[in-house]
Design a protein around this ligand. Structure first.
Ligand code: FES
Length: 114
């Protein structure tokens, strides 16, 4: 199924840019947050490496309430995040977060540098 702009009763993921532009997309189980962004043309998620955890251009900040549901980054992800601009405690690589219903409603913030 192709991802598309969503309405309120669907599972969704919201991206907020540094300029506070907000876009919500349909969450599809098994797709990464990065894939949901790129499939919907969300600006600021370039995902240059295509999700192989070697570019950090899919860096996002997870909104506080969602940190626990998302969980800790893996070791390789931590290493890569060190190359991201302005990494923070809630930094994650969006290509490493697989969407499931547990994340329905999640909000992530796109770094200013992207
Ligand atoms: S898309 Fe390259 S690290 Fe995530």
């Amino acid at each position: 199924m192709a991802a598309r702009q969503c309405c309120s009763h669907m599972s969704k993921v919201t991206f907020i840019s540094a300029g506070k532009d907000e876009v919500s997309v349909v969450g599809i189980a098994g797709a990464s947050i990065m894939q949901l962004a790129t499939a919907n043309g969300v600006p600021g998620i370039d995902a240059e490496c295509g999700g192989s955890m070697s570019c950090a251009t899919c860096h996002v900040y997870i909104e506080g309430a969602w940190l626990e549901a998302v969980g800790e980054p893996g070791e390789g992800e931590k290493v890569m995040l060190a190359f991201a601009e302005k990494p923070a405690h809630n930094s994650r690589l969006s290509c490493q977060i697989l969407y499931t219903e547990v994340l329905n409603g999640i909000t992530v913030h796109i770094p200013e540098s992207q």
